[in-house]
Design a protein around this ligand. Structure first.
Ligand code: RP5
Ligand code: MG
Ligand code: MG
Length: 280
């Protein structure tokens, strides 16, 4: 994988804290970086102790690289190092220690549902790209409220939650505004998406995410899964409505010019190639 770069963005998201500038040669923990003096930062939203966040390390000794009660502290990338009680980012230095905006020490697990359909003309025929002659895929994209970037409607896996449940729940919350619906409306939405979410899916990626919130001691990991509405008859017909941490939602065409949050564009490239769709 390429060296993480969002995880070395100059200003930490939602703050005016500047990361210590880690040069490419200094990213790996294995390379010497004698001048390295990262800034310690944990956002007030985390240090104030909400239910989704761990306490400070000291009195609190989480079981790293293990299932710690309901909190999964195992990494998709294998065993990570723990130094003086603090877990180390498996992709190297970020210029910040502490947790920043992330609640968990070590891996913070998310799930990314990638819902796709073919672009069709008014007669229902697949539209081919004039250059590549390949059919064009579209995916459900949301505009994140926190940074304004377009992204996959993903979210955090709750303690003990099955990833298959997180995928559905986050799609419902961010792309269908399920949290603002009545119980009856939610039931209907659930029935409408069940068929697609139960149909054969394709696991696109599992592992580290190059997220701007990552620190030396806390980082994002995800499982990204593609659900494809091949006939265009199920989710393709649903009324999209942004909700929760999404400000907007839309079907967006997939191609190599996409600029998305974190490493999300890489996931779409994998899907486009796998499905023989237009990419570049
Ligand atoms: C990214 O952050 C993941 O790929 C996922 O899309 C997202 C989860 O965080 P929140 O949307 O809950 O902020 O790293
Ligand atoms: Mg969410
Ligand atoms: Mg989200």
């Amino acid at each position: 994988p390429p060296l993480h770069s969002n995880a070395r963005c100059r200003l930490y998201p939602g703050s005016d804290v500047a990361r210590w500038p880690v040069p490419n040669e200094g990213v790996s923990w294995g390379s010497a970086c004698p001048q390295y003096s990262p800034v310690r930062y944990t956002a007030p939203a985390v240090s104030s102790g909400p239910v989704w966040a761990d306490p400070e390390i000291g009195g609190f000794c989480p079981k790293f690289n293990a299932l710690d009660n309901a909190v999964d502290r195992r990494s998709h990338e294998g065993t990570y190092r723990v130094e003086n009680g603090y877990p180390l980012n498996p992709h190297g230095r970020t210029g910040i220690t502490g947790r920043g905006l992330l609640g968990r020490w070590g891996p913070n697990h998310a799930a990314d549902p990638i819902i796709t359909r073919w672009k069709r003309d008014s007669e229902g025929r697949k539209v081919l790209h004039p250059g590549s002659k390949n059919p064009i895929l579209q995916f459900v994209s949301i505009k994140r409220k926190d940074c304004g970037e377009w992204a996959i409607p993903g979210g955090m896996v709750d303690p003990g939650e099955r990833v298959s449940v997180t995928l559905r729940r986050e799609f419902g919350e961010e792309a269908l505004n399920a949290l603002q619906k009545t119980k009856e409306q939610r039931e209907t939405l659930k029935q409408q998406i069940t068929e697609l979410f139960n149909s054969p899916s394709f696991q696109v990626y599992k592992g580290y995410v190059d997220d701007p919130r990552n620190t030396d001691n806390a980082w994002m990991e995800t499982v990204a899964v593609n659900y494809h509405d091949a006939s265009g008859s199920s989710v393709a017909q649903l009324p999209l409505e942004a909700g929760d941490d999404a400000g907007k939602v839309a079907w967006v065409e997939i191609d190599s010019t996409l600029r998305l949050y974190a490493s999300h564009a890489r996931f779409l490239e994998i899907i486009a190639r796998e499905r023989g769709a237009h990419w570049e």
